[in-house]
Design a protein around this ligand. Structure first.
Ligand code: NDP
Ligand code: GDR
Length: 371
């Protein structure tokens, strides 16, 4: 039985990757952070009582800022594969916490590589590093491939640049099987609530159900290459199953503006939007509502821009070239953007029908406007 160790197991990708590896018969170990509230929602359905026999999912307390902890866990688990997904992964927040981001996302990767080297198991372990399309940053060329130059535009991307190169360096210096997956944006119903796609699907669901008036967003002109996280974790696994360690771009090859994601999301609920104005003054109004379930007046302003969500330096356009991953890995994504939007918005409508029910019963529910 193969053993995998996943940092960031409680995140979006960690949850889907755990599911995938368990379905392939792996024993999965994950590092979770101590927090004052439970933080394992996304993997609770996979949880097995450690008192049972034949437990295939095991969690260890730890943190990427703690070398001794990482060395001990790796020594105990003796994994065949390590997936380093743990990170402070929010680009905008990295401008507020640049030093912490550098520590967790940059040096954290070094700590994993060094732990493997210190333990002398560098020839027995394969390592996947969660690299990102944010490395491309300020557009140098499109579509972006494995050979496109990097120009990071946030403390997050700069930290990930270090992680990318230290992974390459350890591969070349010590012959380690260490690979970068340069993944473009991937989303799902498990996506963190403050990333733009999930913020949009949650906002649209709540507006349709009468739980929220308006959705405030930042730069609607940014363009992203969005795929489904379920497809992308499959690529992570494939990267570690190859004969030689290499870096791969994982993307759909299709790019879409944020505004269009908003339009598609509302349209999936039978709500047609019309946009007017520009920049910080742009708004989106209901142009038509064909779904009798939702009581939305034509002309109602449901989308507005709030400058607080703008970034000091923005990444305007990402579009990936997945040729290498398609030909060498045989990676074939199952979801296109329309299927992704459908999956996310219907999951959020189902989620917020619970809030609607509670509110009808006179109970207080949370206010999500500040996301
Ligand atoms: P999430 O933000 O959903 O998950 C991040 C995970 O990292 C969480 O489990 C979080 O724990 C954990 N974590 C945060 N800080 C630390 C730390 N100091 N030590 C240990 N664990 C930590 O991210 P995703 O699942 O979306 O992304 C996975 C990885 O892939 C990240 O490295 C991200 O930067 C990268 N990436 C993501 C892309 C995407 O579009 N999703 C695209 C390209 C790269 P907790 O739950 O306690 O917060
Ligand atoms: P990104 O994802 O920065 O690409 O990083 P995010 O969804 O946060 O932003 C995408 C684009 O949408 C614009 N935007 C907004 N973003 C947020 N979060 N909130 C808003 O209200 C809003 N309005 C417009 C942003 O300016 C941006 O242009 C994600 C993360 O998962 C990273 O960890 C990962 O490395 C990259 O994707 C690939």
């Amino acid at each position: 039985m193969k053993k995998a160790l996943i940092t960031g197991i409680t995140g979006q990708d960690g949850a889907y990757l755990s599911e995938l590896l368990l379905s392939k018969g792996y024993e999965v170990h994950g590092i979770k952070r101590r927090s004052s509230l439970f933080n394992t929602d996304r993997i609770d359905h996979l949880y097995q009582d450690p008192h049972e026999s034949k437990v295939n999912l095991k969690l260890h307390y730890g943190d990427l800022s703690d070398s001794t902890n990482l060395i001990r866990i790796i020594q105990e688990v003796k994994p065949d594969e390590i997936y380093n997904l743990g990170a402070m992964s929010h680009v905008k927040v990295s401008f507020d916490t640049p030093e912490y981001t550098a520590n967790a996302d940059g040096i954290g990767t070094l700590r994993i590589l060094e732990a493997v080297r210190i333990l002398g198991i560098e020839k027995n372990v394969k390592i996947y590093q969660a690299s990102t399309s944010e490395l491309y940053g300020l557009v140098q060329a499109v579509p972006q491939s494995e050979t496109t130059p990097f120009y990071p535009r946030s403390p997050y991307a700069v930290a990930k640049l270090y992680a990318y190169w230290i992974t390459v360096n350890y591969r070349e210096a010590y012959g380690m099987f260490a690979c970068n997956g340069i993944l473009f944006n991937h989303e799902s119903p498990l996506r963190g609530e403050t990333f733009v796609t999930r913020k949009i699907t949650r906002g649209a669901a709540r507006i349709a159900l009468g739980l929220q008036d308006k959705l405030y967003l930042g730069n609607l002109d940014a363009q992203r290459d969005w795929g489904h996280a379920k497809d992308y974790v499959e690529a992570m696994w494939l990267i570690l199953q190859q004969e030689t360690p290499e870096d791969y771009v994982i993307a759909t090859g299709v790019t879409t503006p944020v505004r269009e994601f908003v339009r598609m999301t509302f349209a999936e609920l039978g709500i047609e939007l019309a946009f007017e104005g520009e920049g910080a003054d742009e708004i989106g109004r209901v142009a038509k509502c064909t779904n009798p379930e939702y009581q939305l007046e034509v002309g109602k302003e449901v989308v507005a821009v709030d400058k607080r969500y703008f970034r000091p330096t923005e990444v305007d356009l990402l579009i990936g070239d997945p040729t290498k991953s398609k030909t060498k890995l045989g990676w074939v994504p199952k979801y296109d953007l329309a299927a992704l939007v459908k999956d996310m918005i219907h999951a959020d409508v189902a989620l917020f029908k619970r809030d609607q029910y509670l509110q009808k019963g006179g109970h207080q529910t949370m206010n999500y406007y500040e996301l």
